[in-house]
Design a protein around this ligand. Sequence first.
Ligand SMILES: C[S@@+](CC[C@H](N)C(=O)[O-])C[C@H]1O[C@@H](n2cnc3c(N)ncnc32)[C@H](O)[C@@H]1O
Length: 231
Amino acid sequence: MVKTKEQRVHEVFEKISSNYDSMNSVISFQQHKKWREDTMRAMAVKPGSKALDVCCGTADWTLALAKETGPEGHVVGLDFSENMLSVGREKTATTPTIELIHGNAMELPFEDNTFDYVTIGFGLRNVPDYKQVLSEMHRVVKPGGMVVCLETSQPDSMFFNTFFRMYFRFIMPIFGKLFAKSYDEYSWLQESQKDFPDRKQLTALFEDVGLKNVTSKPYSGGAAARHIGYK
Ligand SMILES: C[S@@+](CC[C@H](N)C(=O)[O-])C[C@H]1O[C@@H](n2cnc3c(N)ncnc32)[C@H](O)[C@@H]1O
């Protein structure tokens, strides 16, 4: 039986959960930390606010959000991989303002207008329907609230774009094999990168679901980008 994208993604993350955090630094040459920090700065999260981190995985961004929302805030992390969540649960055990829940980004289990911030970090390219997930994020954020996506993107320069694709296709799986004994999983992850919208296309998708004042910023020559929009 042919597996759906959703089933395959689920299998991949169930398998790589224990190596995920260290592999992130290997495959992005530590760059992901800078991208995350810059995005958090741009968000200027208000203490005491309520945030949702969609596709939270091992909860790195969830923890960063909780640091900003502080003791009066509340941060929910949602993911459909129990193994990724269980790594996240260990990391967040001493942060009582964080709640990690099992769920699907395609159908968020929250009322309309619930959160001040809704984020997705390196998750959007993995879902079966980008627009459906963005529209769910738009639905659950409060009017005036912020929707934020940090994701790999398509570099502007043709030369760098070709290099980046080659890297994802040939080098990253080798790193996956060497450091995480998972050649197939890291090889498969490039599939989700190569067809992902570029900055302009993702901005248009944000606007299609009703988000306003959408801005984007490229990182590392456009290898990654953050998008921010408001409801
Ligand atoms: C590359 S990881 C990103 C984890 C984390 N946000 C980070 O910044 O490191 C992608 C995560 O998305 C989750 N995911 C993919 N599709 C999903 C879906 N439809 N619903 C919920 N989680 C999903 C995977 O289980 C995985 O934990």
